[in-house]
Design a protein around this ligand. Structure first.
Ligand SMILES: Cc1ncc(C[n+]2csc(CCOP(=O)(O)OP(=O)(O)O)c2C)c(N)n1
Ligand SMILES: [Mg+2]
Length: 590
């Protein structure tokens, strides 16, 4: 006799086990050649090999898996979108992320917003309610067109099987042409199971920039004249150099035209930072111990500034105070709206690579005698400035103190980097430490960070996406404890998907940037900024990763080497000094 509880229900664990209805067992795919199969084949036609997803839209993933496309299964849509972002940044091909309608779709807003800001082509394929269920409060129905309108370049819903190929190709064209960016295509669930119409399209649109344009020749010739005749020219390269794949052209121009080059955070890696004409990263962190602090006069004294793929945003320009007011600006950007946004400029609207090639050709036609003559003294100034930073920061870079100085962590990591390494930093202090204390030793090396929006937490999923893009590369991630709290669950993703990265967790026990900035601005901070102690290394081990905690700086190098030898993701939790802050200029204006 089964015991009933007071409520009349069977008590837990009682009663005969219910047999699983046979319909809940696998019986074979019911829709053999569906619209979803046509989409999968279209994705393959454009060169897509992986989708970042979590089983939805289900029919699409079933078709994709049947056709050999790989699903990299995320734990949260936020993280999946950032994985796709990093994957696109490194492959220089658009990446596909998928999600269900409703709440899952809303979680794509953060990664799409990042991609929109920094011009990364993401293709979000989002399930929608059945066509006959639209606007009748169907389960998880929502106004997705309005939801995505602020964070995507292009949002459409396809409703006819005969138009599916047209819309897929429009999605790729929208994402990859002009200024690249994220797009969303809504796919009603019932449409996906309809029989596939015949395929008609053959083009391959899965790369960016899809259509390279070049600035007008007269503007290019004028730019060459200005640079050749300048007293103190300076190039400030942004993330657009990477998007355009222009680093080799920029590096050649730097050398041939004797041009000093600084970068933004997103542009780090566009030139070799050990080149005698490279300044490093300039922006809002040029206070004491900042890598480019002693090079600030070179920026301020510039009379001709060449901006390449540089949005002249607040952090990059130190709130528009760093770049010289009276200089002549030459601005290369594929988006004419960015040119002259903050600095009136000679407009070189075009793809960075094509336009730099044209500029290089134009510079070969003019005399570079002034540039060549200025080079030795310029190189000496740059070398002095870099040396002054090295001397100034030595005490922190070699500190044996515990809790550990982040500069010491960076020093150990910098020693391990090769040109093929990929370093991903979370927002907040992590991206400032890496920008200042890690060295790009070859043009084209990649340092990724979600700094378009500076959304906290996305470094670790970006590192996983980077590893999918470059399985052979050593991928490091530097993240703070606050940021990492957004994405602990993706440790399980790393294990399940067999993705090995080395995560260096700077655990200072606080929302550092938040707390310090509050103290500075308001004299005190709110109660939200201090954490309870967390054993992150144990969380990593619980998810099948390796996890170690480092409290003594002498253990850093062995921990990094052990992580290198591991086949799994390793989380190295470094107990860091909560009073260590990076060289943000507004913290230390002197
Ligand atoms: C999604 C998101 N939430 C909040 C913020 C605001 N924010 C910027 S930095 C920061 C603190 C970061 O703390 P942590 O990740 O531990 O890094 P730390 O500064 O301590 O090195 C916060 C809350 C943000 N940028 N993004
Ligand atoms: Mg912290």
């Amino acid at each position: 006799m089964n015991q009933r509880t007071d409520s009349g229900l069977l008590a837990p664990g009682q009663g005969a086990p219910a047999a699983t209805p046979s319909v809940l067992h696998t019986t074979g795919l019911k829709y053999p050649d569906s619209v979803a199969h046509l989409i999968a084949r279209s994705l393959q036609r454009h060169g897509i090999e992986v989708l970042f997803g979590q089983s939805l839209p289900t029919m699409l993933h079933l078709a994709c898996e049947e056709l050999g496309l790989k699903q990299v299964a995320y734990r949260t849509e936020n993280a999946g979108g950032y994985m796709a972002d990093a994957h696109a940044r490194l492959t220089r091909r658009p990446s596909v992320v998928t999600a269900q309608n409703g709440p899952a779709a809303t979680l794509l807003v953060a990664p799409l917003a990042e991609a929109l800001k920094v011009s990364i082509p993401l293709i979000a394929l989002v399930q929608d309610v059945g066509r006959a269920e639209t606007d009748r409060n169907a389960f998880q129905d929502f106004d997705h067109m309005a939801l995505f309108s602020s964070c995507a370049k292009w949002v459409r819903r396809v409703t006819e099987a005969s138009r599916v190929e047209d819309y897929i190709d429009q999605a790729f064209a929208a994402a990859c042409s002009g200024r690249p960016g994220p797009v969303v295509l809504m796919l009603p669930a019932d449409l996906l199971v309809e029989p596939a119409p015949p395929a008609r399209r053959v083009s391959k649109l899965g790369h960016f920039p899809l259509d390279r344009t070049v600035a007008a020749p007269d503007a290019v010739a004028l730019a060459a004249e200005l640079l050749a005749r300048a007293r103190n020219p300076l190039v400030i390269a942004g993330g657009g150099v990477h998007i355009s794949g222009a680093h080799d052209v920029l590096a050649a121009l730097q050398e041939a035209a004797h041009l000093p080059v600084a970068t933004t955070v997103m542009g780090k890696g566009s030139v070799d930072e050990t080149h005698p004409l490279s300044l490093g990263v300039v922006g809002y962190f040029m206070g004491p111990n900042g890598a480019t602090r002693h090079l600030r006069p070179l920026v301020e004294e510039a009379d001709v500034v060449l901006l390449v793929g540089n949005r002249t945003n607040q952090n990059g320009t130190d709130s528009w105070k760093l770049y010289p007011r009276d200089a002549h600006y030459i601005h290369i950007d594929t988006d004419g709206l960015e040119v002259g946004r903050n600095y009136e400029a000679l407009r070189l609207v075009g793809d960075a690579r094509e336009t730099l090639l044209a500029l290089g050709a134009a510079l070969a036609e003019v005399s570079l005698a002034a540039r060549e003559a200025a080079r030795p003294a310029l190189e000496q100034r740059i070398a002095f400035g870099k040396q002054a930073h090295r001397s100034e920061s030595e005490v922190h870079r070699t500190s044996a103190a515990s809790p550990i100085r982040p500069e010491r962590v960076m020093q150990e990591l910098d020693g391990l980097l090769t040109p093929g390494s990929v370093v991903v930093s979370d927002a907040s202090y992590s991206s400032i430490w890496t920008s200042n204390y890690l060295t790009c030793r070859q043009a084209g090396a990649r340092f990724l960070t979600p700094r378009g929006m500076a959304g906290l937490g996305w470094g670790f999923p970006m590192a996983l996406g980077a590893k999918v893009a470059r399985p052979g590369a050593e991928v490091f991630c530097v993240a703070g404890d606050g940021g990492f709290g957004h994405v602990w669950s993706e440790l399980e993703t790393a294990t399940r998907m067999g993705l090995k990265v080395t995560l260096i967790l700077l655990n200072n026990g606080i929302l550092g940037f938040q707390k310090h900035a509050e103290n500075l601005k308001y004299g005190t901070h709110t109660s939200a900024v201090d954490f309870a102690p967390v054993d992150h290394a144990a969380i990593a081990r619980a998810c099948g990763c390796a996890g170690v905690r480092v409290t003594d700086p002498a253990e850093l190098a062995p921990a990094l080497l052990a992580a290198r030898a591991e086949s799994r993701t390793t989380l190295i939790e470094v107990l860091c000094d909560p009073d260590a802050y990076p060289p943000i200029t507004f913290y230390t204006p002197a």
